[in-house]
Design a protein around this ligand. Structure first.
Ligand code: GLU
Length: 304
């Protein structure tokens, strides 16, 4: 039996002495206020045991990690019909890239780049009675944690500087792939990205993707086939234009966000989340990537 606690502490110590060459995201002004020095890691096994090190209880803005929750909710609501409006191919481009969207007639490459997540937000807006409230309740239900909430200051901060997302939403609208008003869809999208969660809350919520669709309390939220698809999308599209690198170095499906969080999982085995706010040039947490690479190298646990 592996000594997971010792492994996590060892990773934490190694990273403390590693120079962090990343930078915190500054294009959303509120994110630039976060200290670069935080680091947290939390591991949860499918059998329920959990292990942690560092600031694993501190909440941070999950940003793009929320796109996995919105995709899951959309699959729940409309099933495979969402694939008529968004593709499932890696983009090989940064998360906010627009030229492919124009070339491909307003069908985003996948649901985890911004344009794809904006289409998914549009689907949720159409199908949820109280979109922001219902979506938050879905995330709370997955994590079994009522304390999870939006951060209005971060949502407002992104609203003020989200020109690129306005461009994407307007382009989608011009191609007929946005059914609600641009302003309403982006208000929802900026809120979903602003959700604050800790590493521990993230591993709790992502348990459903490790456990074939059943959450921590054994309630079925998604079918095994939907979870297979979501995990495949995470593996191929979860890390902006660095998805290949993450599969190569870490070997797990996962998703990162510009708040510095990363969640990854080995189906039927474990879920792991890291948080370190400084990002590499591709927008993924610099030390988070290193931590996960160390974890799968030390434990020899990966999908490959
Ligand atoms: N809210 C961010 C944006 O749309 C999310 C980016 C991310 O975490 O990748 O720019």
């Amino acid at each position: 039996m592996l000594d997971y606690q010792a492994i996590l502490e060892d990773i934490h110590n190694t990273l403390k002495s590693t120079e962090d060459t990343g930078d915190v995201a500054s294009y959303i002004p509120e994110l630039a206020k976060v200290s670069k020095d935080s680091f947290g890691i939390h591991l949860q096994l499918i059998t329920g045991e959990d292990y942690s090190a560092g600031d694993y209880l501190e909440k941070f803005s999950i940003q793009s990690i929320s796109k996995v929750f919105s995709l899951a909710k959309a699959f729940q609501l409309v099933g495979n019909s969402l694939l008529e409006r968004v593709d499932v191919e890696p983009s090989g481009n940064p998360f906010n890239h627009l030229s492919l969207l124009e070339l491909e007639n307003g069908i985003p490459r996948n649901p985890l780049i911004n344009a794809g997540a904006i289409v998914i937000a549009d689907i949720l807006l159409t199908h949820l009675e109280n979109p922001k409230e219902d979506f938050l309740n879905f995330v709370r239900e997955l994590a079994h944690d009522e304390s999870i909430d939006y951060n209005e200051t971060i949502a407002e901060s992104e609203h003020e500087t989200g020109f690129n997302n306005y461009a994407a939403a307007n382009l989608l609208k011009s191609f007929g792939n946005l059914h609600n008003e641009v302003e309403d869809v982006l208000d929802f999208y900026f809120h979903q990205c602003s959700i604050m969660m800790s590493c521990r809350q993230l591993t709790n919520a992502f348990f459903v993707f490790t456990n074939k669709g059943k959450c921590l309390k054994n309630v079925e939220h998604l079918t095994a086939s939907q979870v297979k698809r979501i995990n495949a999308i995470m593996l191929t599209c979860g890390f902006y234009d660095e998805a290949g690198e993450f599969a190569f170095e870490v070997g797990l499906p996962g998703k990162s966000g510009v708040g510095g969080g990363i969640v990854a999982l080995l189906p039927h085995c474990f879920t792991i989340a890291t948080w370190s706010p400084a990002l590499n040039p591709q927008g993924n947490s610099y030390l988070g990537m290193k931590a996960l690479e160390l974890f799968t190298s030390k434990t020899k646990l990966s999908i490959f």
